[in-house]
Structure formats: structure tokens, C-alpha cells
Ligand binder design. Sequence first.
Ligand code: FAD
Length: 290
Amino acid sequence: MRVIDIINANKAKDRPTVSFEVFPPKTTVNFDNVMKATGEIAKLQPDFMSVTYGAGGGTSDFTVSVAENIKNCGVTPLVHLTCVSSTQADVARQIEKIKNSGMENILALRGDIPDGSPFPENAQFKYASQLIREIKKHGDFCIGGACYPEKHPEAPTFADDIRHIKEKVDAGCDFLTTQMFFDNNILYNYLYKIREAGITIPVVAGIMPVTNAKQTERICKISGNFLPQRFKLITDKFGSCPDSMKQAGIAYATEQIIDLLANGVSCIHIYCMNSPDVARKIKENLSYII
Ligand code: FAD
């Protein structure tokens, strides 16, 4: 099923849309473990599950296999696709692979420029909006794009970044998924700004349950996220005890989700880092809500 149809059908019934994000194995060594974990997460019957593609601008041979497994478990897959380090022929091959597997949802991304590298001026795809236009040539896909409530780190200003998000929408993006954020007010302000800019498509709020303190450092380095004092106190207090940190991180994410739903944000995407346990606990915490 198309993700946008799922979102609209849930909205019509005043029901939230809840999805989980998983990532493929880097090598065959971890393949079985990832398949098992993603299969277990699929058993929780989220509205859809997204599967990332490579990292640092790289590609991934296993994204489609993991997505096929999710589909076989009866859950709609959303396949991520990046473009900055690919040629038009590479991208075309990957889109055809997705189409031939009977999948109709793609999250179209530029991908990160590897640390320290200059912007690849000769790249065939420089921006996700170009990828969206390319995907459209290959068929009637439902296409998602990324957005950044704290601004994409490379964008000179918020206004520039929002103008570029609008370009993705104009290119045919059906919905947006946000980068993670730890203070809901950041999202509420962002939604106000993008709606003012004429962006009216659904926005899926990305929530990361932080279950170990190291993760926090990495996230902040990559995304430059603002960490509220309340969040910092939790990681300072519980960061050295893995079980406590996991419980506190899941509770924090749960509270964020409840606040979002109460404020009318009805699409929630949970970055569950391939952990069936984290996905299950969040669902249990919200069993009368989602
Ligand atoms: P774009 O929309 O192309 O934007 C990138 C930058 O270029 C922004 O600063 C934007 O303002 C600017 N820009 C856009 N258009 C123009 C223009 N016409 N002129 C000038 N500047 C412009 N990475 C992976 O490698 N694999 C994944 O699976 C993956 N999944 C992700 C999922 C989500 C929900 C999110 C939020 C991010 C994900 N990423 C993933 C990371 C993403 O690839 C990076 O954040 C990347 O740096 C930007 O990708 P984008 O699609 O937002 O790029």
C-alpha cells in the first residue's frame, strides 16, 4: 500500500500513523540477525516500516532484501534511496529493483557528503529534488523526503532550507519525515514555518529513543541537535548504567510521542535502531493510545 494512502486513511478515522525505521546489515555476516530483528519488529504491526540505504552517502546491497522481508511479514515497506554518490544508471537500476519487488514507496534522499570531503560538484545528482524527479520517470511511486526542524546543517539559513524543501514538494514529494528532535517545541515552530511557506503535505515526526549515552554524543555530532536540559540531566544521571538509560530513554521518547499526539501531530516515525525490544516497549507504553 502507498504510505500516503495509509496516512490519509488513518487521518480520516482520527487514528495516528506509527512507523519504525530499521537499517540493513553492512555485510552478510549480520544478515540473519538483521532479518530476524526486523521480522520481530514487523510483528508489532506498525503502519509501515522504513529501511535505510547506506550511510555517509554510500549505497547498500541489502536494503531491498530487508524491505522484502518486511513486506512478507504483511507490513508496508518504505525503501530509502540516496543519490549523491551514484550515477543516473545506478539510481535507475535501484529504482527498477524496488519496482520489480512490488514495492511502491521510496524515501528520496541526497545522502551525506563523507566527512571532510568537498561537495561533489560533478555528481549527477546534487539534491534530493533531482532524485524525486528521476523516480517519477520510472513509475507511480509514493515518494517521501527528509526535513530538518533544526535546519539542515549545510543550509546557510532556515529560509533557504525551507525553500529547498518546497522544491522537493513541487518535484512530487508526497510526505516528509523529520530528522530526530528532542524538544517538541522545535517541531511545532518548524511546522508553523513550513505551513506558512505553503508546504501542506503530511509531516511524519521522527522520534529517537536514546538508549545509551554514547548514541547521544554521536547524534549531536552528526545532526547538531539541541538537547533540552531535562534530557541532558537524564543522560548524565543514567548514562553509565545501560539498563537505567534504556528505561529512561524509552520513557522520554514515550512522553514526546504523547505530547505530539495531544498537539495534533498524528504521524510518528520511531528510529528504533533494529531493536525489537525498544519498539515493543514503546508500543506497550502507548497501548491504549496508538
Ligand atoms: P536535500 O534535500 O538535497 O538537501 C541537502 C542540502 O542541500 C540542504 O542543506 C538543502 O537546503 C540544500 N539544497 C537542496 N536543494 C538545493 C538547491 N537547489 N540549491 C542549493 N541548495 C540546495 N542518509 C543515508 O545515507 N541513508 C539513509 O537511509 C538516510 N535516511 C534518512 C532519513 C531521514 C528521515 C532523514 C532526516 C535523513 C536521512 N539520511 C539518510 C541523511 C540524509 O541523507 C542527509 O541528512 C543529507 O545530508 C541530506 O539529505 P536530503 O535528502 O535532506 O538532501
